[in-house]
Design a protein around this ligand. Sequence first.
Ligand SMILES: *C/C=C(C)/C=C/C=C(C)/C=C/C1=C(C)CCCC1(C)C
Length: 245
Amino acid sequence: METLVNFKPMLLAQLQQGDYVGFTFFIGSMAMLAATVFFFVQMTQVEGKWKDSMLVSGLITGIAAVHYFYMRSFWAEFQTSPTEFRYIDWILTVPLMCVEFYLILKAFGARTGLLWRMIFYSLWMLVTGYLGETVFRDQSPLWGAISTIGYGLIFYEVWFGSAKKLASNSNDPVLQKAFSTLGWFILVGWAIYPIGYMAIEGGLLSGVLDLKAMDIIYNIGDAVNKIGFGLVIYSLAISKTAKAA
Ligand SMILES: *C/C=C(C)/C=C/C=C(C)/C=C/C1=C(C)CCCC1(C)C
């Protein structure tokens, strides 16, 4: 009986007036949900192998949507960062973004070695980032720097490494354009996250940014990167399908 009385359905999370961080969690959850529906429906409109790419786009926003539903309730209830949900979401979705690179380059000779390398870099980046936000919060700048090595390696792979070479050798201008847009997401879109991270107490920007800024920045980053990234894949898939028809 006790547990029944204490049970609070997650959809009844209270959102207070002026809780702007909370607003971004609610907006984020609906945006991710809407994007997921869109990607899954559009999956039926594209040709052959592009269905896989669209499926992964929808999985990325879908996984994020579920985590956003949890995160927004957590935030509304406790007014603190839902760090665990955040990193569990990232640890599932960021490797899937690496899968997107692999899928679009596969036809041009991408090997699974490239995929595993990128996944390893992303896990490195996220596990060390998590440690810096939680267990070793006193040394967050150090762990942030260690995490940035993983980020730098992903960036290198896409801008200069073997992924870049495969795209350049593809002789496919439509693919090259989409690939370079995805590269900009990594360079600019992903750079949003370390800025949020630096807002934590003792972080490099903690004097400038309020701690609350961290969640707002992460939420904006997620919407831009997950939905935007998926839309780039979508437009590539659609234009490839039109050409094939
Ligand atoms: C959908 C989620 C995405 C694209 C998340 C990306 C997250 C990052 C690029 C995080 C990077 C970090 C650093 C480079 C250093 C500080 C710690 C992190 C984990 C915030």
